[in-house]
Design a protein around this ligand. Structure first.
Ligand code: CA
Length: 330
């Protein structure tokens, strides 16, 4: 396969602190030989483990970019054993536009892995992570939240993996992150995920959903900031003691956990995030908006658990994920 057209202005093998860019060539009307400069920071001190920390995989999720732009201003080589690579805005065009997907090619970065070196801008970014950055990493943390259309209880997450030792290492890193909830995650659509690209290379991979609604809160940013530090301590990259705090383990035993809307209209939540639900109890009602006098459609909890995720905007369409119910374990 041809080499990536993306060039880094930093040297990943050099000791010290470097702030630079991943330059994605992008020839366009307002810049004929132009490029997209994706900010990157590398902090390296010797031959210890490498952590790859990312935010902005989806451009409308803010805990990752806030925590990671901030970390890039604070981290010093003398604090680090090994290497930390920080990309706060992974799908940078999407991040700058405040959108989930790229305004250039409508690319959803987390659905196009492994990407292509000769593909769209979004596919080129995926390919660079697939073939250049991921192979350097021992530990990968990708910070998500719900974006403009979803909201979640704050959780760190891992997937069920075939390799038990790798799974145990991922669970240990997730617990070290120390979000209020720790989720064994089922994906509604597993194709093209960055997660699976990393996991299939045997990496220790932790993702998160730390809130949503297209913004961040003081609480959700604090969880991201503390979680990243905790995971770096856990990996032996930072000295000190992790402060994980208490976490509630959650599982998603089947695709029943996703409640999919079959109506369009106005959402009336019957339960708020983090509240317990019983199978069969109402979790949301959808009111039609084209006439008065029609009874709302009622959506019920598919199983006993807690409301872990919800549709965020006030209006909903058929096919939207209306709610996610997860099951506390232990
Ligand atoms: Ca996301």
């Amino acid at each position: 396969m041809r080499p990536s057209p993306i060039t880094a202005t930093v040297d990943f093998e050099r000791d010290g602190l470097q702030h630079g860019f991943l330059r994605v060539p992008h020839s366009r009307d307002d810049s004929a030989w132009g490029s997209i400069p994706i900010p990157v920071t590398v902090v390296r001190n010797g031959d210890g483990p490498t952590a790859l920390l990312t935010g902005g995989n989806h451009g409308d999720e803010y805990e990752g970019p806030i925590a990671l732009f901030d970390l890039a201003t604070r981290l010093r080589p003398e604090d680090v054993n090994g290497r930390v690579i920080i990309v706060p805005g992974m799908n940078y065009p999407a991040f700058r536009a405040g959108r989930r997907t790229s305004p250039i090619d409508a690319g959803n970065l987390n659905r196009v892995f492994p990407g292509r070196p000769d593909g769209t801008v979004t596919e080129k970014i995926a390919d660079y992570f697939q073939r250049v950055l991921l192979p350097m990493a021992d530990l990968v943390v990708d910070i998500h939240s719900g974006g403009k259309t979803l909201d979640f209880v704050p959780f760190a997450a891992v997937h069920v993996l075939d390799d038990a030792a790798q799974q145990a290492a991922c669970v240990a890193a997730m617990e070290a992150f120390g979000a209020p909830y720790s989720m064994l995650l089922l994906e509604p659509d597993a194709s093209g995920l960055y997660d699976f690209a990393a996991e299939s290379m045997g990496k220790v991979f932790v993702s998160t959903e730390l809130g949503g609604g297209g913004t961040a809160t003081a609480r959700s940013v604090a969880i991201a900031r503390r979680g990243v530090r905790n995971v770096l301590v856990h990996a032996g990259i930072l000295a000190g003691t992790a402060e994980p705090g208490s976490t509630t383990r959650l599982e998603m035993p089947s695709s029943e956990c996703f409640v999919v809307c079959e109506h369009e209209g106005l959402v009336e939540p019957c339960v708020d995030l983090g509240e317990p639900v019983r199978a069969g109890a109402p979790i949301a009602r959808v009111h039609g908006v084209t006439r008065t006098g029609d009874a709302p459609a009622e959506y019920r909890a598919p199983l006993d658990g807690v409301l872990a995720g919800r549709h965020f905007p006030g209006l909903v369409q058929a096919g939207d994920c209306l709610a996610v119910v997860a099951v506390p374990v232990r």
